[in-house]
Design a protein around this ligand. Sequence first.
Ligand SMILES: CC(C)(COP(=O)(O)OP(=O)(O)OC[C@H]1O[C@@H](n2cnc3c(N)ncnc32)[C@H](O)[C@@H]1OP(=O)(O)O)[C@@H](O)C(=O)NCCC(=O)NCCS
Length: 118
Amino acid sequence: MIEIVEEAPHHHAVVADLLRAAFGGGYEAELVDRLRREDLVAGALVALQDGEVVGHEMFSPRSVEVDGRPVNAVSLAPVAVRPDCQRRGIGSRLIREGIEAMRSEGRAAIIVVGHPGY
Ligand SMILES: CC(C)(COP(=O)(O)OP(=O)(O)OC[C@H]1O[C@@H](n2cnc3c(N)ncnc32)[C@H](O)[C@@H]1OP(=O)(O)O)[C@@H](O)C(=O)NCCC(=O)NCCS
């Protein structure tokens, strides 16, 4: 069973391993660590499968202007699912629940940079 919950400090080490495995390098794990250290996390969720972390996503605040007006936005990066658990809908669930969480906190927009399909 997959459960989506807020990230907690005891998830950090396994999230770093997951990010290195999913991206094949250390850049994203360092990014996530830096966002935490600089207090730039607007939200972070983990996907748990039988209590084990198999997915992760992070949102950070982003200043955006639309027609000259500030918009209360966040950016979504990174999102990752453990390689052996991909293509089973976990990434989609993380993103949907993340969108709901950001909406309920009053965020008006989410910026995603990447491939249009993603
Ligand atoms: C991208 C990622 C988070 C998707 O997670 P997932 O649990 O495998 O995704 P889902 O099973 O929910 O699939 C969601 C959709 O993405 C598509 N998809 C998943 N992985 C894909 C890939 N590698 N290439 C192209 N499309 C992909 C699926 O086909 C599905 O679309 P559909 O519903 O129209 O068929 C996961 O593949 C991953 O961790 N990739 C490595 C890290 C990465 O690139 N992150 C995104 C940039 S921050």
